[in-house]
Design a protein around this ligand. Structure first.
Ligand code: ATP
Ligand code: MG
Length: 361
C-alpha cells in the first residue's frame, strides 16, 4: 500500500515537471508521429496538443539539424539514431510558418518501454540574437580599427616618404635656379618648381586628412580646431567652436571616434546643407562628453531622405558611438538646419565606461 502511494506521488511529480518545465518536450513514436507534448512545446510550436498528436510527424515541425555547412539539413537525422552528439541545433517551423533556431537533445527510450524518442527543445532565439549582435559589433570594431591603422600608415608614408622626396626635389630645383640658365630653360624650371610645390602641398593635405598627427600628439580639441581652419579655407564656410568644461586628453578610442564623427558631420554640411556657418560645441563633465555639430542650412527629413553619396556617413557615426556605449542623435527638418549630437559616457580617467567591444583605435 505504501509503495503504491509512493509510486503515485512520484508519477504526480513527474507529471508536474512535464507540465511546468520551460523546455519543450516532444515524444515521438517509432514511425516518427508525435504522441505527446508538454505545454512548453505547444507554446514553442504554436500547435495545440490535439492538433499534433496522432496527426503529424515530427518532420512537420522540424526542418532539420544545423551543420557547419548547412543552416539545416536532414543528413544524420537525430531520429535515425545516427546523431553524433548528445545535443544539437535544430530549425523548427512553427504553425504560423515562422522559423526558429533551438538547441535540442534526443533520447530513445528502451524497447521494453515503447522505444519512443524523447526530444527536448530550448528556444535560443534571444541568445542567437545576442551572439549575432556581439559578433557584428566585434567585426565593426575590427574594421574601424583596421581602417584607422591603415590611414595612419598611409598618412605616415605620404608625409615621410613622398613628402620628403618632393621636398628634396624642390630644394634641388631651387639650387639649379641660381645657375645662369637660358630664359626658355629657366621658364620651364619655374614651371616644374611650381608643380612640385603644389604636389608637396597636396601630399601634406592628404596626409593630414587621412590622420592628423595633432590628434595623436595634441588631442581632440587641437585636432578639431585645425580641421576647422582647413575646412574654412577649403569650403569658405565660417566655423565656430564653443568649449564647455575641461580641456584634457581622453582615451584614444574616444578622441578618434569624436574626431571622425565631427569630420563626417561637417563634410555632410559642406556637401548638402548649403550653409555659410557651422557651430561645433564640445561640452565635457566627469561622466560624459557631448559633441554637437550644428549647421544652419537646408536641413533634411530624417525619416525619408535621399542618399546622395554612399550613405554610410550617418550609419558610421552611430556605429562608432555605439561601440563606446554612446549615442548619436540626428535632429533635422527641411528648412531648419541640422544638429548632430553625440554623447559618450566616460570615467574620471577619460576612458569609455561602457565599451561594447574592445575598442582601441
Ligand atoms: N547636414 C546635412 N544637411 C542636409 N542633408 C544632409 C546633411 N547630412 C546628411 N544629409 C542627407 O543625408 C544623407 C545621408 O548622409 P550620409 O552621411 O549617411 O551619407 P552620404 O553623405 O550620402 O554618403 P557618405 O557619407 O557615405 O559619403 C545625405 O545623402 C544627405 O541627403
Ligand atoms: Mg556623408
Amino acid at each position: 500500500m505504501e509503495n503504491m502511494e509512493a509510486a503515485k506521488d512520484q508519477s504526480l511529480l513527474l507529471q508536474s515537471i512535464f507540465s511546468h518545465v520551460t523546455d519543450a518536450i516532444l515524444i515521438v513514436d517509432k514511425q516518427g508521429y508525435v504522441i505527446e507534448l508538454n505545454p512548453a512545446a505547444e507554446k514553442m510550436t504554436g500547435w495545440r496538443k490535439n492538433e499534433l498528436v496522432g496527426n503529424h510527424s515530427v518532420c512537420d515541425v522540424c526542418l532539420g539539424m544545423a551543420t557547419i555547412t548547412n543552416e539545416f539539413s536532414c543528413f544524420n537525422c537525430f531520429a535515425s539514431g545516427n546523431c553524433p552528439c548528445p545535443s544539437f541545433e535544430l530549425k523548427i517551423r512553427k504553425k504560423d510558418g515562422k522559423e526558429i533556431l533551438v538547441t535540442a537533445s534526443a533520447t530513445r527510450l528502451p524497447e521494453e518501454q515503447s522505444g519512443a524518442l524523447v526530444i527536448i527543445l530550448r528556444d535560443m532565439s534571444e541568445q542567437y540574437y545576442m551572439v549575432q549582435q556581439r559578433f557584428r559589433m566585434l567585426m565593426t570594431n575590427y574594421v574601424i580599427q583596421a581602417q584607422e591603422e591603415e590611414r595612419k600608415r598611409v598618412s605616415r608614408e605620404l608625409h615621410d616618404e613622398i613628402g620628403q622626396a618632393l621636398y628634396s626635389i624642390l630644394v634641388s630645383l631651387k639650387v639649379i635656379n641660381h645657375l645662369q640658365l637660358e630664359k626658355g630653360v629657366m621658364d620651364h624650371l619655374i614651371d616644374v618648381q611650381q608643380t612640385t610645390a603644389r604636389a608637396l602641398d597636396e601630399v601634406k593635405n592628404m596626409a593630414v586628412e587621412l590622420r592628423p598627427s595633432a590628434l595623436d600628439d595634441l588631442g581632440l580639441l587641437p585636432a578639431i580646431r585645425s580641421y576647422m581652419k582647413r575646412y574654412e579655407q577649403t569650403f569658405g564656410i565660417e566655423t565656430d567652436l564653443i568649449v564647455i568644461g575641461d580641456k584634457r586628453r581622453y582615451h584614444s578610442s574616444i578622441e578618434t571616434a569624436l574626431y571622425r564623427i565631427c569630420q563626417e558631420a561637417m563634410t555632410n554640411a559642406a556637401k548638402y546643407a548649403d550653409t555659410d556657418k557651422i557651430l561645433v560645441e564640445f561640452d565635457s563633465t566627469n561622466s560624459r562628453l557631448k559633441l554637437r555639430v550644428i549647421d544652419y542650412g537646408c536641413g533634411f527629413d530624417t525619416g525619408h531622405f535621399k542618399i546622395r553619396g554612399t550613405g554610410l556617413g550617418l550609419y558610421g557615426m552611430k556605429e562608432r558611438a555605439n561601440l563606446l556605449g554612446g549615442v548619436v542623435e540626428i535632429l533635422s527638418a527641411p528648412g531648419e538646419g541640422t544638429k548632430i549630437e553625440v554623447v559618450i559616457p566616460i570615467n574620471e580617467k577619460g576612458e569609455p565606461t561602457r565599451v561594447n567591444s574592445s575598442s582601441d583605435c
